[in-house]
Design a protein around this ligand. Structure first.
Ligand code: GCU
Length: 424
């Protein structure tokens, strides 16, 4: 029935592997420890870089699709993503006191009725092509810069977001959240930044089939349907399709970044897309940088997150709520999928919900994949003290700071320092 619906909808529901081949969650054995990324689902060990890229990487992707995030979207029955069309809405070459260029580009992803991405891009004028941080924002591009040319989202938004009235953004709040994406400082450091509102791809509300999700046929029994975080990660990839064609940007130095739920998304994008050379998951916690198994007493659990945010993950993930030790993957395997590319996790002392020590354990347990590929992973055995960034000499970094759950200029300074180290 599912296949039939898919064909009718003009969409292919096939993914990298036949995900339906894996057992149902209830049939899986319990493994209390974080899974070894180098051990295949059938128990055999991966010994070479070739086996890693040809066997284990595809298997891990398929396991995450099947049990956590839902299938990777393959639209229009094609294994290729849709060709992204772009239209520059405005371009200001004298932004940031003349230091940079600010523009907004409308990306069309498919037929005209499909959602569009409004990508706000800041590039330094004295450094071309520049390394670029790309990621989604929570409340709209207009919150990040006080400029009336910037698009105000029209999609549904939670009322608690800044300037939102009756679930719609208003232009009363232009520029009020500049600190979350400090574009002027990023440009001054010689980097570009590109961001769009997550609701462009899919508004963040459960139980409503809207955004890209509405392009899939409905099947209530489909326990591995593409979930919101997977769609968002797919959206970041479509933004990169465009960025890779922009002469102001260096396609070999693209970093995905996001905070919290959008950090979970950045990490998934980094795991699935090898064009992303560096990933920053800012305080991403459960379902992102935090392990499903190992958690601090106050950390969010699979049970809580799948109850409160059922749309972020596929229905199968909820089936591990009682016993996450049955999951054949954990988040260290998502980091391992990024290997040998760089990943930075950040955590905050007063954000136990996002599981700081669990995040550190995830990085450590991803390191074997890096070592197999001939580079260092995390070069530390113990959690650093607060405010002492662990940027190391390896490809994995950890930034544990004092304070609360947020993404601030102080965090951005560490992302840029980490990128400097990785790329210089
Ligand atoms: C909630 C949720 C977290 C998430 C956070 C956010 O706190 O429980 O998992 O990371 O929202 O996205 O801000």
């Amino acid at each position: 029935m599912r296949i039939l619906l898919a064909l009718i909808g003009g969409l292919s529901l096939m993914t990298s592997m036949a995900t339906g081949e894996y057992p149902s969650p209830a049939e899986l054995p319990s493994h209390p420890a974080l899974p070894d990324p180098l051990v295949m689902f059938d128990g055999s060990r991966v010994a070479t870089a070739e086996e890693w890229s040809e066997k284990r990487r595809p298997e891990l992707k398929a396991l995450f699709e099947q049990y956590v995030y839902g299938r990777y979207p393959q639209v229009a029955g094609s294994s290729q993503p849709p060709a992204v069309q772009s239209k520059v809405l405005f371009e200001d070459p004298q932004a940031f006191g003349g230091a940079g260029t600010l523009k907004e580009v409308e990306l069309t992803l498919g037929p005209p009725e499909w959602p569009k991405i409004y990508l706000l891009i800041a590039t330094p004028n004295n450094k071309t092509p520049a390394a670029c941080f790309v990621g989604m924002n929570f409340g709209g591009n207009h919150l990040l810069v006080d400029d009336e040319r910037v698009h105000v989202p029209e999609t549904w938004m939670p009322d608690r977001y800044t300037g939102v009235v009756d679930n719609r953004a208003t232009d009363a709040s232009r520029g009020v959240e500049e600190y979350t994406w400090p574009l002027a400082e990023i440009v001054a450091r010689g980097y570009a930044a590109a961001t769009f509102h997550c609701g462009d791809i899919q508004p963040d509300r459960p139980h409503v089939r809207e955004g890209m999700r509405a392009t899939l046929p409905e099947d209530a029994d489909d326990a591995a349907e593409t979930a919101t975080i997977m769609w968002w990660a797919w959206g970041i990839q479509r933004a990169i399709d465009y960025l890779a064609t922009d002469p102001a940007i260096d396609p070999a130095r693209i970093a995905a970044v996001g905070h919290s739920r959008l950090g979970k998304t950045a990490l998934l994008a980094g795991a699935f897309d090898e064009r992303i050379a560096l990933t920053v998951a800012n305080q991403a916690g459960c379902g992102g940088s935090g392990p499903s198994r190992h958690h601090e007493p106050k950390a969010e659990t699979v049970e809580i997150i799948t109850r409160n945010f059922p749309h972020w993950f596929c229905a199968n993930f909820r089936k591990f709520a009682d016993d996450p030790t049955r999951l054949p993957v954990d988040q260290n395997c998502l980091v391992a999928l990024c290997a040998p590319r760089a990943v930075l996790f950040t955590a905050a002392e007063d954000d136990r919900w996002a599981n700081p020590s669990g995040q550190f354990a995830v990085l450590r347990a991803a390191s074997p994949a890096y070592e197999l590929l001939g580079v260092d992973g995390l070069k530390a055995d113990a959690m650093p003290a607060a405010d002492a960034p662990l940027l190391g000499d390896g490809r994995l970094g950890f930034w544990f700071r004092a304070g609360e759950h947020s993404m601030t200029p102080k965090d951005w300074k560490v992302y840029l320092d980490f990128a400097d180290r990785q790329w210089k």
